[in-house]
Design a protein around this ligand. Structure first.
Ligand code: GDP
Ligand code: MG
Length: 435
């Protein structure tokens, strides 16, 4: 995914949202949309790759976890790490799916006195969104106090310099190595699952005793091998999807869209990002149409353009350009054109509101919801353009679904909208941009 600054479509989308917010700033009640505007900006415009720092002893399987999440052999594994190499953040990328990753044996590993200082500095300079505390399944009870002490030092180093503490997710790695030895690969037997549960309890007790707060603990097997063409040769991954969801939930919103694309097992995550984009846009559309503004459509079109653009970013990288073209032809809605109408929206800023509304709020919301659902079906779920158009026409005919009605005006409550330390808190100004 390109940087927002270098991407004209994102710049246009940003302008469109700014203009729209400026128009709406004149109408009382905008405050209730602050969260929606913030979500759209975070998910569509400000998005960046998630920064994940994995800490754990050499060979515990940190790099394998990055590979398992991405679904490719992006990092070499099993290699004896070069202890003279400085710890560093790397961007790992597979077919346009990107993660910022730092893989470190910890502050005290390596036997070099300044190594810990280097690790602390890397962590503080580019604070991780999430810290993955990795412990090999067979070692949850062996010298674990040292590992936890190291984790605490890392957290303290980050907190001292950045004033925030990243969420910690604990990962018990290589769970396939727990008894019984057979079968080695998933699906695991009841006995193996019991061993995993036991290891989890042990680590949990150690963490609780030491007072380190972790969001969750996951027993994971990350073992996978790939053929030269990238296809899977052996896939013994276990629980990687669950870890991906936990990571996603722990991320600030600005990193969630990229994470949803990056994690291989991520259709549900991409669907969740799409859904948040659609509910946010629908709320704003409802407000626009219900407000005493003329020319609702002039305002709604760019807004819907931003929505579909954001959803299109969730498509597979390799097929996105083709899909955007097909969408334009098949749906008769040009992705670029909607956003380009912002010039018209801008002229409206000067108008004094006071006219009756051209369309009912519920109709505008229904149309927006239907369009967003269609875009999700097409760009995320992989429906064909014909299926998408047929469903879209059906929704337009039968009208507003109950689901759409209940989604209007409130952010999706079921999942984590709990702000990451990086997310601005709701009371931190309303960024109305009313100038
Ligand atoms: N059996 C098994 N082996 C694993 C698993 N994860 C990693 N490994 C192996 O453990 C070794 C070290 O893994 P690596 O990811 O390089 O560990 P790191 O040093 O922590 O980055 C490699 O040979 C991996 O293939 C796992 O879940 N199960
Ligand atoms: Mg490694």
């Amino acid at each position: 995914m390109a940087d927002s600054s270098s991407d004209p479509a994102r710049r246009d989308a940003s302008d469109a949202l700014n203009d729209l917010e400026a128009v709406l700033a004149r109408i009382p009640g905008l405050g209730q949309l602050t969260q929606d505007f913030r979500a759209l900006r975070a998910l569509i415009i400000e998005n960046r790759p998630p920064r994940i720092a994995a800490m754990g002893r050499r060979g515990c399987g940190k790099s394998s976890i990055a590979n398992a999440l991405l679904g490719s052999e992006a990092l070499t594994t099993g290699a004896v790490e070069d202890t003279t190499k400085s710890p560093a953040w790397v961007t790992i990328e597979h077919e346009g799916r990107r993660l910022r990753w730092m893989d470190t044996p910890g502050l005290r590993a390596g036997g070099q006195p300044d190594r810990g200082e280097q690790v602390a500095e890397m962590l503080a300079n580019e604070a991780p969104d999430v810290l993955l505390f990795c412990v090999r399944a067979t070692q949850v009870d062996s010298a674990i106090d040292d590992d936890i002490a190291d984790l605490r030092s890392a957290l303290a180093a980050i907190e001292t310099r950045t004033k925030t503490r990243p969420p910690v997710i604990a990962v018990i790695t290589r769970v396939d190595e727990l008894p019984p030895p057979i079968p080695k690969q998933p699906p695991f037997t009841e006995a193996k699952r019991e061993s995993i549960q036991q290891a989890t309890n042990v680590l949990k007790a150690h963490l609780e005793r030491s007072g380190v707060v972790t969001q969750s603990i996951h027993g994971v097997s990350a073992y996978a091998k790939y053929f030269a063409d990238g296809s899977l040769a052996i896939d013994w991954r276990h629980n990687v999807d669950q870890l991906a969801v936990a990571l996603f939930d722990a991320l600030p919103m600005a990193a969630q869209a990229d994470a949803a694309v990056a994690f291989e097992a991520s259709r549900t995550l991409r669907r969740r990002v799409a859904r948040r984009i659609v509910t946010g846009t629908t709320s704003i559309a409802f407000f626009v149409a219900a407000a005493p503004l003329p020319h609702d459509l002039v305002l709604l079109t760019p807004l819907q353009g931003v929505m579909v653009l954001g959803i299109s970013f969730l498509a597979d990288r390799n097929s996105r350009a083709r899909m955007v073209a097909e969408w334009t032809a098949g749906m008769g809605i040009n992705l670029g054109a909607g956003v380009a109408m912002r010039a018209a929206a801008r002229s409206l800023i000067k108008l004094v509101p006071g006219f009756g509304s051209a369309i009912a709020g519920s109709v505008a919301a229904a149309g927006t919801w239907a369009l967003g659902s269609a875009a999700t079906r097409y760009f995320v779920d992989g429906a064909t353009i014909d299926e998408t158009r047929t469903e879209f026409d059906a929704i337009k005919r039968t009208g507003f679904s109950r689901e759409a009605l209940s989604a209007i005006g409130k952010p999706e409550g079921s999942h984590n909208e709990e702000p990451h330390p990086e997310d601005p808190s709701p009371e931190n100004g309303t960024e109305n941009g009313s100038s």
